[in-house]
Design a protein around this ligand. Structure first.
Ligand SMILES: Cc1ncc(COP(=O)(O)O)c(C=O)c1O
Length: 407
C-alpha cells in the first residue's frame, strides 16, 4: 500500500474532521518517525504531545506486552492492581489527592466540570470562569469551557454559565466572580492558544481569589503535565496546588488515558458511587503503560533533560530571532516552546515537514515546537539546522517575490 492508496480509503470511509497532510506515518522510535515510503522525519511535535517521552519507549512497549498477556480490561466495579498503583504514583508526584481515570483530555475536563457543578450544587453555585484563547477539548462542556469562538460556531446552544476572562489579567478574572461562581479553570501554559505562560502573579493571585471565595481552582495540565515544562506538572513552577488537575496526552505514553486528580484539601465527598463513570477508564493495559511512563521519566532523568534541552532551544530561538526579523517573539518553558511570527506560520510548518522536521502552526502565526523529552543534543542541532534552512528559504522566496513585483 502507498500513501495515495491510504488517502483514497480516507476519502471514502473516514469522516474528514481533521485538516490532514498527505503523510502516512507507520513507525516511530524516540524523536524519529517514518512514513509509508520510508522517509524519516524528526518529530518535534510528537503526536500532539502524546508521545512526550518519544515514540515507542521500550519501557512502555514492554509494559504493554506484558500486561496484554495477562488481562486487557476489567470492569471498574472490580479492583484493579495497576489502576490502584497508578493512582498512588500520580498522587505521590503531585499532591495528596485521589484520582478518577478516563480516556482523554476532554473527558478529564468534563469530569472536572461535573465535579465543580456537584461541589457547588448545595449552595446554588454553578458558574465557571475560563480564559479567552484557552483549549480544553471537543466534548460539549469542554468545548464551551474553551474560550475561542471559532470552536463554538454552529454548536449552540452551549453548556450554560461559562464566563471568559483575559489570560494573565487577574482583574479581569476578579470582575467575573459573583455569588454563583464555583470554579476558575485554566492551563498553566496555553498550548493551542499560542504558548502563553501564566505569570506568577496571575496564577498565584487566582489561587488566593479561589481561597477567599471558596471556589475551586481547576488546572488543565493535559499538555503541560508529565514533565513537559521540566517539572512533572506545570503548577510546580508556582507556589500553589490546584484543587483539581486534569491529565492526558503523555500520561499514557501513546495509549489513550486521562485522569482527574482531586486534592484532599476538598474535605467533602463530592462524587458518590454512580455519579460519574467511564467504562474503559483506567483499564489494566493503559495503567500499565502509564506506570511505565513514570518509570521512564525517572530512570532516564527526563526532567533534567527537558530543562537542559529547553535552555538550548531557547538560546537557538534567540539566535534565530536575531537573524530573522519575521520572528516577533519567542516564548515557553522547558520543551513547550513557541515562535510568534509576523506572518502566517503554516507555510513554515509545511516547509519544515517537506525538509523532514515535524512542528505545528497554531493561532495563525505561532510555530509550536515540543520535542520529546528524550531528545538529544544531536537531534536538537539537526532540528534547528532544518528550521534555520526553512527560515532562510522562505525569507529568500519573499525577497525574490518582492524583487519580481518591483519590476
Ligand atoms: C490543554 C488541553 N486540554 C485538553 C485537551 C483535549 O484533549 P483530548 O484531545 O485528549 O480530548 C487538549 C488537547 O490538545 C489540550 O491541549
Amino acid at each position: 500500500m502507498k500513501t495515495k492508496d491510504v488517502q483514497k480509503l480516507y476519502e471514502q470511509y473516514v469522516m474528514p474532521t481533521y485538516t490532514q497532510v498527505p503523510v502516512c506515518l507507520v513507525k516511530g522510535k524516540g524523536a524519529r518517525v517514518w512514513d509509508l515510503e520510508g522517509k524519516v522525519y524528526l518529530d518535534f511535535f510528537p503526536g500532539w504531545a502524546v508521545s512526550g517521552i518519544g515514540h515507542c519507549h521500550p519501557l512502555v512497549v514492554n509494559a504493554i506486552k506484558e500486561q496484554a498477556r495477562k488481562m486487557l480490561h476489567v470492569a471498574n466495579n472490580f479492583l484493579n492492581v495497576k489502576q490502584a498503583e497508578l493512582a498512588r504514583v500520580i498522587v505521590e508526584a503531585s499532591f495528596p489527592g485521589r484520582v478518577f481515570f478516563c480516556n482523554s483530555g476532554a473527558e478529564a475536563n468534563e469530569g472536572a466540570i461535573k465535579f465543580a457543578r456537584k461541589y457547588g450544587s448545595d449552595t446554588g453555585r454553578f458558574e465557571i470562569i475560563t480564559m479567552k484563547n484557552s483549549f480544553h477539548g471537543r466534548t460539549l462542556a469542554a468545548m464551551t469551557a474553551t474560550g475561542q469562538e471559532k470552536f463554538h460556531q454552529g454548536f449552540q446552544p452551549l453548556v450554560e454559565k461559562f464566563r471568559y476572562a483575559d489570560f494573565n489579567d487577574l482583574e479581569s478574572v476578579r470582575k467575573l466572580v459573583n455569588d454563583k461562581t464555583i470554579a476558575v479553570m485554566l492551563e498553566p501554559i496555553q498550548g493551542e492558544g499560542g504558548v502563553h505562560v501564566a505569570s506568577r502573579d496571575f496564577l498565584e493571585g487566582i489561587r488566593k481569589l479561589c481561597d477567599e471565595k471558596d471556589m475551586l481552582l481547576i488546572l488543565d495540565e493535559v499538555q503541560t503535565g508529565m514533565g513537559r515544562t521540566g517539572k512533572m506538572f506545570g503548577y510546580q513552577h508556582y507556589s500553589l496546588e490546584p484543587d483539581l488537575m486534569t491529565l492526558a496526552k503523555t500520561l499514557g505514553g501513546g495509549v489513550p488515558i486521562g485522569a482527574l486528580v482531586v486534592n484532599r484539601r476538598i474535605k467533602r465527598e463530592v462524587f458518590a458511587p454512580g455519579m460519574h463513570a467511564s467504562t474503559f477508564g483506567g483499564n489494566p493495559l493503559v495503567c500499565a503503560a502509564s506506570l511505565a511512563v513514570f518509570k521512564a521519566i525517572k530512570k532516564d532523568k527526563l526532567l533534567t533533560n527537558t530543562i537542559r534541552m529547553g535552555e538550548l532551544l531557547d538560546k537557538e530561538f534567540e539566535k534565530l530571532k536575531a537573524k530573522y526579523p519575521v520572528i516577533e517573539s519567542t516564548r515557553g518553558v522547558g520543551l513547550m516552546r513557541g515562535l510568534k511570527l509576523k506572518e502566517p506560520a503554516a507555510p513554515y510548518a509545511n516547509e519544515a515537514r517537506d525538509e523532514g522536521l515535524l512542528i505545528n502552526a497554531t493561532q495563525g502565526d505561532v510555530l509550536r515546537i515540543m520535542p520529546p523529552m528524550t531528545v538529544t543534543v544531536k537531534e536538537m542541532r539537526l532540528g534547528m539546522k532544518i528550521l534555520e534552512n526553512v527560515f532562510h528559504k522562505l525569507q529568500l522566496k519573499k525577497k525574490e517575490g518582492c524583487a519580481c513585483s518591483n519590476h
